[in-house]
Design a protein around this ligand. Structure first.
Ligand SMILES: C[S@@+](CC[C@H](N)C(=O)[O-])C[C@H]1O[C@@H](n2cnc3c(N)ncnc32)[C@H](O)[C@@H]1O
Length: 322
């Protein structure tokens, strides 16, 4: 059951972007300093105006938006292979942080596979945001059913315009999100840095140049392979539609993180091989039956690559705000 106290922390945390104006009123009847009501939908999701950038346009092609929490249980889906490696890395990067009393954030959470991990790790004040309201609403329903809805402040907003107070977040995740901002990547990273308290931890996962080169060579053509390298952009495909996003070499990311005010504490590469298997399966180059038959052997190889592989789809970075 939602109590007044259970929503007070949410009201206190909210601040409108731009002048950072505080929010007043009693949840869910909140308004800005200028008296403009905040929009909070029937499931308690705060909804802000979001522009139609390429990131949103790409995700709107998907029937329900990104529902990787659900898809992690779909046999042989990419999320089925990869989610345990992401979770293992997130858990190891958060080891030693006592969750009680901390405010944490999951930027671009989708339907919240890692938001739920934060709950499982014991965090109880979680801001979960996404530009696409559909998966946020799924997360709201899931959280209600599983009894952790009070622990979530759900906000539809872009990652470069999150309506909460500066220096208020102790730990933030952004797993596979900021690169969708393309030209606003640097602005988005700086915005997230501004929301995090000095000494706070950010875990950021971004696509890696070398993995994108391998995928372009295998599944696009030589021109694209060269274009990936020269432009540092790559194709993501949904229902046959290709959209081009930016990516970075590890050295470039390092510079961006430092410029935004972070020290890099650690990093872990996620092997490109599960993606290659997934694409080959979707294209019919490896049959699903054959993959299922050899699942145990393939998993052993993926485990090995997760420990010692060197060509990455994404690199997960552990950052600390200076
Ligand atoms: C690859 S999914 C990752 C979802 C989630 N972090 C996970 O790993 O399960 C990328 C997510 O970023 C969201 N997204 C795309 N552009 C965004 C933006 N500008 N601001 C916030 N979220 C964005 C998408 O709607 C999608 O849910």
């Amino acid at each position: 059951m939602t109590t007044k106290e259970s929503n007070d922390w949410k009201t206190e945390l909210l601040a409108l972007p731009g002048d950072g104006g505080t929010v007043t009123g009693m949840w869910p009847l909140l308004k800005s300093q200028d008296g403009i009501p905040l929009k909070i939908d029937d499931l308690g999701v705060v909804t802000m105006e979001v522009g139609m950038g390429n990131g949103l346009q790409f995700h709107l092609l998907m029937d329900q938006g990104v529902v990787l929490r659900e898809l992690q249980y779909k046999h042989l889906h990419l999320a089925y292979w990869e989610t345990p490696y992401y979770k293992e890395t997130i858990a190891s990067f958060l080891k030693g942080i006592a969750p009680k009393g901390l405010t944490v954030m999951d930027v671009g959470c989708g339907d919240g596979r890692f938001t739920e991990q934060l709950i499982d790790l014991g965090f109880d004040r979680i801001v979960a945001t996404d530009i696409d309201v559909r998966p946020l609403r799924e997360l709201a329903k899931h959280a209600e059913i599983h009894g952790f809805r009070d622990k979530l402040l759900l906000i539809q907003c872009s990652a470069d315009s999150i309506p909460i107070k500066q220096n208020s977040i102790d730990v933030a995740l952004s797993i596979g999100v900021l690169y969708y901002l393309i030209d606003r990547f640097e602005a988005g990273l700086q915005h997230v840095a501004n929301l995090v308290t000095p000494g706070g931890i950010v875990i950021d996962s971004e696509p890696d140049l070398e993995g994108a080169l391998l995928k372009a060579l295998l599944f696009e053509d030589l021109s694209d392979y060269i274009r990936v390298f020269q432009e540092h952009t790559f194709n993501e495909t949904c229902k046959g539609d290709k959209t081009r996003f930016r990516l970075f070499s590890p050295d470039e990311l390092h510079s961006h993180y430092r410029a935004a005010g972070f020290d890099v504490l650690d990093r872990h590469g996620l092997s490109i091989f599960p993606s290659i298997f997934r694409i080959a399966m979707v294209r019919g180059e490896i049959s699903e039956d054959r993959l299922a038959e050899k699942e145990k052997e393939i998993k052993e190889i993926f485990d090995y690559l997760n420990r010692t592989g060197g060509i990455y789809k994404h690199i997960i970075w552990k950052l600390q705000k200076r």
